[in-house]
Design a protein around this ligand. Structure first.
Ligand code: EZ4
Ligand code: CO
Length: 405
């Protein structure tokens, strides 16, 4: 029997931070959940969905996931972009959830079944200085993580990406009516980052995987210099060394260093990342399973990467909801060249709204057999947490110029 979409609703909730959730219901009474959260621009995606996508969904066959993807992408005429692709991603996740629930299987079974038993994951650590960073690392090792992203303060700069200037965990978006300002100076950073990474390596020993995120700050030649300077640290990856809108840029970095390179969390389609892949400039492609158009599109990106030994390593900060996280793990179980899953964790209040079936132990996530994506969303609980405007920071150089953030 053909199952049709009978309703689709956009729910905005803020249990500790803002999340945009799409609820699709079918004529069989099956409910599918999609995530549509774009950090700091939440309401734009909510409107794109509610005003322009939901009216097109009513009456469509819920089982035609690929057809719906192609229809939403191509009928919009206007191509790509974070708002459009996150909206399409939300619909895609909800439809995969529905298909899994309708057939009584987890989504990874629909993607070909498991090719591994568990999903390697890394989490974030941070400190205003190296001593504080070491405490943060110790905490996450104690919690069971075996792959860790390390970020620290830069002497001479007050506030930098990845570090809470009051200490403790770092969450970039701030609830405020204006975008918070951070500082940047590439020379100060380059002067201290290699020693910081060396010291952390000495602290954790050879077996812990270490990652570091440059967050789009360097020129290609600065990035090449950094890569050369830290080769002996043996990083699992160095992320977003350059802004990357010009995809050819990384090829230059690549020629100078063997440090594994990761990039892609801010990009939304295969077109935005194909040159990184086709020129074999990277080791990990970081497109998010929601921001880049859902499972249907991201698995194509990862398949393209597989031609060249490039691994998929989806974005997984606290600013994509547990629905995206679960979808990422469903793909992670079924995608041969899946490398690692970022898991930043969630505010405690988020557990009041989202219930997940994935579980963590010894550095890995395991998925249960819950049908669909394996996430439940509590609509009543969501009502307790109204939207609050929040902005991502931006950065200025010491002379006042706006820098890449
Ligand atoms: O800054 O998701 O690798 N992870 C990251 C994240 C991003 C945030 C932006 O919303 O770079 O922390
Ligand atoms: Co990043």
């Amino acid at each position: 029997m053909t199952q049709r979409i009978t309703s689709a609703d956009v729910i905005i909730t803020s249990p500790g931070r803002n999340y945009v959730t799409l609820k699709i219901v079918t004529s069989d009474g099956v409910v599918g959940w999609g995530d549509a959260t774009v950090n700091g621009r939440e309401l734009a995606v909510a409107s794109y969905l509610a005003d322009h996508v939901v009216p097109l969904l009513i009456g469509r066959e819920a089982d035609r996931i690929e057809d719906t993807w192609q229809f939403l992408y191509r009928s919009a005429y206007w191509r790509r972009g974070p708002v459009t692709m996150a909206a399409i991603g939300a619909v895609d996740l909800a439809l995969w959830d529905i298909k899994g629930k309708s057939l009584g299987v987890p989504v990874y079974q629909l993607l070909g079944g498991a090719v591994r038993d568990r999903i390697l994951t890394y989490t974030h650590t941070t400190g205003r200085d190296i001593a504080e960073l070491k405490e943060s690392v110790a905490e996450k090792l104690e919690a069971g993580f075996r792959a860790i992203r390390v970020q620290s303060g830069v002497p001479g700069l007050n506030r930098v990406y990845g570090v809470n200037d009051r200490g403790g965990a770092y969450e970039p978006a701030q609830r405020s009516a204006v975008a918070p300002e951070e500082d940047w100076d590439s020379d100060l950073y380059l002067k201290t980052a290699p020693a910081m990474l060396e010291e952390i390596r000495a602290h954790v020993g050879p077996d812990i995987k270490l990652l570091h995120d440059v967050h789009h700050r360097l020129t290609p030649i600065q990035a090449a210099r950094l890569g050369k300077a830290i080769e002996h640290v043996g990083l699992f990856w160095l992320e977003d060394v350059t802004p990357g809108e010009n995809q050819e840029i990384l090829h230059l970095v690549r020629q100078h260093t063997t440090v594994p390179l990761a990039i892609g969390e801010v990009f939304n389609t295969i077109w935005d990342v194909k040159d990184f892949i086709l020129t074999q400039s990277i080791d990990f492609i970081r497109t998010c399973v929601m921001h880049a158009g859902g499972l249907s599109h991201v698995r194509k990106i990862f398949d393209l990467g597989d031609l060249y030994g490039i691994q998929g390593a989806p974005h997984g900060p606290s600013d994509v909801s547990p629905i995206t996280m679960a979808a990422s793990m469903q793909l992670g179980l079924a995608q041969r060249n899946f490398g690692i899953q970022e898991y930043m964790g969630y505010p405690d209040l988020a557990k009041d709204v989202f219930t997940t079936s994935y579980t963590f132990a010894d550095g890995y996530f395991t998925l249960g057999d819950a049908p669909g994506l394996g996430v439940d969303f509590d609509e009543e609980a969501a009502k307790k947490y109204p939207y609050e405007a929040a902005y991502l920071p931006y950065a200025r150089r010491l002379d006042g110029t706006v820098a890449d953030w």
